[in-house]
Design a protein around this ligand. Structure first.
Ligand SMILES: Nc1ncnc2c1ncn2[C@@H]1O[C@H](COP(=O)(O)OP(=O)(O)O)[C@@H](O)[C@H]1O
Ligand SMILES: CC(C)(COP(=O)(O)O)[C@@H](O)C(=O)NCCC(=O)O
Ligand SMILES: [K+]
Length: 249
């Protein structure tokens, strides 16, 4: 069985593929290395042989997780690395090594699934947009703060914005102008996110008319799926690209 890991800034997304190497049998989200190990060790049903992994964490953090995986499960680990070109897609960064590897894999996966031009929007700690033209040229993208960063900046850099997560969830029942701090902040940030999405859509239309596919991925993709009804919500898009970047024979 193959263990797949996507180590983002906030969470490690994991899933296990069956002996056929393609069918996911279980997956989850872990806040820390030890929570990940606990989820994987908890059960006898995984017979892990190999692992493929992508990380946007520091090399030290990633090295330490890889060492743990080798030590605890005896797996061989294949790590996604930056490349200029893969599977017909050309990395658009001036310095290709600087493009976040999670973005690279998501856009590889998107181009593969779309077989044509695509806009990939990822809603994690940060929100990212990436544009890939029909000929596989990555035109570049945008990065802005995601929902958790926006809300936490307001909570930590003001003196009177304080509320808990339960209240935050309740505030999302509507997008009417807020009549309480929690509503004003949560809905304000939500509208910024939606505005960002609509701007990206406009740009994609300028480039490609109607001829492109929009992909939404990342833990907060559901927050904006309503504004792009035609978009494909693919929570495991990074894993699609990861399998392409790290084929395991
Ligand atoms: N099961 C889950 N556990 C934790 N966060 C989740 C979960 N499902 C959705 N989320 C949302 O996903 C966001 C993090 O997205 P994610 O794509 O994991 O970020 P990153 O890749 O930066 O670590 C959080 O802000 C949270 O709102
Ligand atoms: C933009 C990101 C912070 C997104 O990370 P995430 O929100 O998925 O944790 C990550 O892709 C990254 O560190 N990129 C390097 C900078 C760049 O892509 O230009
Ligand atoms: K991510």
């Amino acid at each position: 069985m193959i263990l797949e890991l996507d180590c983002g800034n906030s969470f490690i997304k994991w899933r296990v593929l069956d002996f056929d190497g393609v069918t996911p049998i279980e997956g989850g989200v872990a806040g820390t290395d030890s929570v990940l190990l606990a989820s994987l060790s908890d059960t006898d049903k995984f017979q892990l042989k190999k692992c493929r992994l992508v990380s946007v964490r520091t090399p030290q953090e990633t090295d330490s997780l890889v060492a743990l995986l080798i030590d605890v499960f005896g797996v061989s680990v294949s790590r996604a690395v930056p490349v200029r070109e893969l599977a017909g897609v050309k990395n658009g960064y001036n310095d290709y090594e600087r493009l976040g590897l999670d973005r690279w894999l998501a856009l590889l996966g998107g181009f593969h699934l779309a077989s044509g031009a695509c806009l990939v929007l990822d809603f994690g700690t940060a929100v990212t947009a990436d544009f890939v033209a029909a000929d596989g040229e990555h035109l570049g993208g945008f990065i802005c703060p995601g929902m958790p960063l926006m809300r936490n900046q307001l909570r930590t850099h003001t003196r009177r914005i304080r509320y808990d997560d339960t209240a935050a969830e309740r505030a999302h029942e509507s997008l009417a102008p807020g009549r309480a701090t929690v509503e004003a902040v949560e809905r304000g940030c939500m509208l910024m996110l939606r505005g960002f999405v609509l701007t990206q859509l406009e740009l994609a239309k300028e480039y490609w008319g109607k001829d492109f596919v929009v992909f939404l991925t990342g833990g907060d993709a559901n927050l904006v799926s309503g504004v792009v009804p035609d978009a494909k919500v693919v929570p495991d898009l990074v894993f699609v690209g990861l399998a392409m970047a790290c084929p395991l024979s």
